[in-house]
Design a protein around this ligand. Structure first.
Ligand SMILES: Cc1cc2nc3c(=O)[nH]c(=O)nc-3n(C[C@H](O)[C@H](O)[C@H](O)COP(=O)(O)O)c2cc1C
Length: 131
């Protein structure tokens, strides 16, 4: 799956609502500000505050998200995650958060998402797989 330039631009510039689930299917959704694409297949999240989301991802490394303005950008992204508490991706989120807000706490982890599927949530073709 490859994201379009428009998809990458809107992820870069927008908040997202990120859904995870426990292994027995209890859903959880949170707003996330520190989310950005690294390339057309991967998206990075700074985990600074995740509790249930993080526990869910440790046990069930799958998530889905939509961007805040889903009326204008009606995409539902789904992917698998890897969690890094050190190394290149971790250093990248630490620097990113520090540059954006020097008063923000140091992130606990980098969450790297490999995008696997994108669906439309647009009224009319809602639910259609688009990539
Ligand atoms: C506007 C907004 C932006 C947020 N951005 C982030 C973020 O970038 N990273 C993060 O770890 N938590 C962020 N949070 C906190 C999470 O939404 C949430 O409170 C946290 O993951 C704990 O919830 P959980 O136990 O369901 O994971 C943000 C919260 C709000 C209200």
């Amino acid at each position: 799956m490859v994201m379009t330039d428009e998809m990458m631009e809107i992820i870069e510039s927008s908040r997202a609502y990120v859904a995870t689930a426990t292994t027995n299917g209890v859903p959880n959704v949170v707003p996330i500000g520190f989310i950005k694409p690294l390339d057309n297949k991967t998206v990075l999240i700074a985990d600074s505050y995740m509790v249930k989301s993080r526990a869910n991802l440790e046990a069930n490394p799958k998530l889905a998200f939509v961007v805040q303005d889903a009326a204008k950008y009606p995409y539902q992204f789904k992917g698998s995650v890897e969690i890094f508490e050190s190394g290149e991706y971790f250093d990248q989120v630490v620097e990113w958060v520090k540059e954006t807000n020097p008063l923000a706490p140091k992130p606990k982890a980098a969450i790297l998402i490999t995008i696997e599927e994108v669906y439309s949530v647009k009224v009319g073709d809602a639910g259609k797989k688009i990539a």
